[in-house]
Design a protein around this ligand. Sequence first.
Ligand SMILES: CC(=O)SCCNC(=O)CCNC(=O)[C@H](O)C(C)(C)COP(=O)(O)OP(=O)(O)OC[C@H]1O[C@@H](n2cnc3c(N)ncnc32)[C@H](O)[C@@H]1OP(=O)(O)O
Length: 136
Amino acid sequence: MNELDDIPAPRGQLTLKLVANRQDTNFHGDIPGGWLVGHMDQAAELAAGREAHGRTATVAIEAMDFLCPVRVGSMVNIFTEIREIGHSSLKIDVEVWSRSPQERDPNELHKVTEARFVMVALDDKGRIRAVRQGEA
Ligand SMILES: CC(=O)SCCNC(=O)CCNC(=O)[C@H](O)C(C)(C)COP(=O)(O)OP(=O)(O)OC[C@H]1O[C@@H](n2cnc3c(N)ncnc32)[C@H](O)[C@@H]1OP(=O)(O)O
């Protein structure tokens, strides 16, 4: 164990990277939580779709807390990590880390939130199917 082990760092793969823009704000000029949740959902779907080779849908999003605000102009980085694969479902941890527009160091990220997403694999008729192809 060294000093670096104490520094919080994103877990998982960088799946989505975007900038929070003025048009994403609410009428107070703030970025709303729902904007972030929508992008987290998109990242979870990308990760699930890659693993399940196709269509997936969100079944559940476990509890989440927002630790700090995302400001307009911030770079938002969304990381995903597949934690569990069931028969038709995948549990994916999604973390959001942001970098404010004033921050010069590209590695200086602040954790905004995290949540576990449960996704299910769907066939082309929208019915649940096995994640692993070849399974019933
Ligand atoms: C309204 C919207 O548009 S929301 C956005 C898009 N999402 C959707 O459309 C999904 C809407 N939901 C549904 O259609 C249904 O809930 C379904 C088809 C996903 C699941 O239907 P169910 O009858 O619950 O199916 P079933 O019980 O077989 O569950 C399927 C899998 O999901 C898992 N699952 C279902 N609900 C949950 C939950 N709340 N939390 C964790 N896992 C869950 C099950 O454990 C199972 O996993 P496994 O196959 O790996 O063992």
